[in-house]
Structures are given as C-alpha cells and as structure tokens.
Design a protein around this ligand. Structure first.
Ligand code: DGL
Length: 276
C-alpha cells in the first residue's frame, strides 16, 4: 500500500484528543485515523517531562509499528510541550504538535495582544506557548493559568453538569482584571467545556481551540507533502484505542463525536510497556 493510503495516528492522555480527531475528521473525510487515549495513565499534566516523554514514545511506537501511520499528530498540549522534539527526532514519520498552531491562531485572533492561556500545569510550566506567542508578537502579554480540575470534569464525564459550569466560572474570574481579548484552550480536553468557558469569560473574549487550529495545519501539511489519500473508493475508518475502560471512553466519545462508525478497543498498558 502506498504511504499516502495509510492512516493518520493521533494520541492524547485521554479523551481530550478527540477534539482534534473531530476537527480532522470534518476536514479530511477520506482519511482513516487511529487514535490512542492513555486514560489509564491520565492525567499527564502533573507528571514529570521524563514520564510524559516515556508514555508518548510508547504510544508513538505502537502507532508506527502496529498501524504504520503516515503521520503522528500529538493531540495533547502537555505531550507536545514535553515530547515533540524527541519524537520528531526518533520517528521516521512526520510528527506535529498542537502548540505552534494554537499560538499562531491566538496571535491572529487577538487585537489587543493580551492573550489568556488555560492549560495543564505541565504545559504552563514548560513556557512553550509563551515563547511561541512572543516569537510571533514580541509585545504580546500572556496570562497563563493551570486548570487541572477541568481535565477531570471531562475524563469523568461531568463536563455538562451544573457543578462544571460553576467551577469554570469561579476559576476563570481571575481573567477579568487582565483585560484579555483572546483565550487559548491550551489543553485538548477543554473544548468540551466551551459553552461554560464562553459564558464565564463573556462574548467579548475569543476562544482559540488549539486542536481545531492543528487539524487545519495537518490538512495543509498532508496536501503540501502529497500525503492525502487518493483512493476515492476507500471508506475512512476510525479505530479508537483506550488504555482505560472502554465503556466510559465510548460513552463520552459517542456523545462528543456524533456520526461514526467508530471502532472502540482496549489497549493494555502491558502492550505499550513492551515498547519502552
Ligand atoms: N489533553 C491534554 C493536554 O492537551 C492533557 C490533560 C492531562 O492529561 O493532564 O494537555
């Protein structure tokens, strides 16, 4: 099979990366996608960069060796912040992350260049968004806040509850004084909380979904590199692996993704750990 007919690989620490998958599926209807959500080891946000590199490497090897993916999209900001250069160096396929695309989209969207960022502790601490934004717009101010609780609201399927809405409102009140006009959803779990986040910061603030920005860049990249599938007879498939329980993953995924068909599979951690 020609390389361009192989699937796209995607990975996240859990459910969040499905926000990137959903955007990519909408833009690239002919492309098959193999996704791994590492729900059993979620969250990545508080882990050391070494641990996140180790887990990301295991998943990347699984996707390359078992599925021969033609490109890897790291659909996780924390894994992008920690592991992108390592995986780009080690793998023999192109690897793209979510941070460059998110930073670029935020700079384009912001007029005042006062940009808010919500992400995991790992992503905020890495300083990668702050660096990218300042490289594109040296006078930009970035107001960054870690929001680990938001990851749990999504992972535990509590993201549509009243409790979630109240927590989001309370946490994001801190941005009122900063006068931001743009807020980056710098964790791929956060787009599931979009209605609550938009209501909390008000309609004056534009939300930037780093995952959607990445899906657009991925589509552009595949076109430029002549890696788009050319087989119009082929029906795209979506294989979704989780290292955690399939039932919870599938409930959230079906609700978020809409039209399938999606194939759900359990991926034992022992399979990944063999790839260490
Ligand atoms: N979805 C992830 C991100 O984009 C990480 C959430 C977590 O595992 O802490 O950063």
């Amino acid at each position: 099979m020609e390389k361009r007919e192989h699937a796209i690989g995607m990975m996240d620490s859990g459910i969040g990366g499905l926000t990137v998958l959903k955007a990519a599926k909408a833009l690239l209807a002919e492309e098959s996608i193999v996704f791994v959500g590492d729900n059993a080891r979620n969250p990545y946000g508080p882990k050391t960069p070494e641990e996140v590199i180790d887990y990301s490497r295991q998943i990347a090897r699984f996707l390359v060796e078992k599925h021969q993916v033609k490109v890897l999209a790291i659909a996780c900001n924390t894994a992008t912040a920690c592991a992108l250069p390592v995986l780009q160096d080690e793998l023999n396929i192109p690897v793209i992350g979510v941070i460059d695309s998110g930073a670029k989209a935020a700079v384009e969207a912001s007029r005042s260049k006062k940009i808010g960022l919500i992400a995991t502790e790992g992503t905020v601490k890495s300083g990668r968004y702050q660096e990218e934004i300042r490289a594109l717009s040296p006078k930009a101010q970035v107001f960054a806040q870690a929001e680990p609780d938001f990851v749990q609201l999504v992972e535990q399927n509590r993201y549509q509850t009243k409790e979630a809405k109240e927590a989001v409102k309370e946490h994001l009140a801190a941005f009122d004084k900063d006068g931001i006009d743009t807020l980056i959803l710098g964790c791929t779990h956060f787009p599931l909380l979009t209605p609550a986040i938009q209501e909390a910061v008000g309609n004056r603030v534009r939300l930037v979904d780093a995952g959607v920005a990445t899906a657009k860049d991925l589509a552009k990249y595949l076109k430029e590199e002549d890696l788009l599938s050319k087989n119009s007879q082929k029906v795209a498939t979506y294989q979704l692996y989780t290292t955690g329980p399939v039932a919870t993953f599938q409930t959230i995924a079906d609700n978020w993704l809409g039209d399938g068909p999606f194939q759900y599979k359990h991926l034992p951690l022992t399979t990944l750990e063999e790839k260490a």
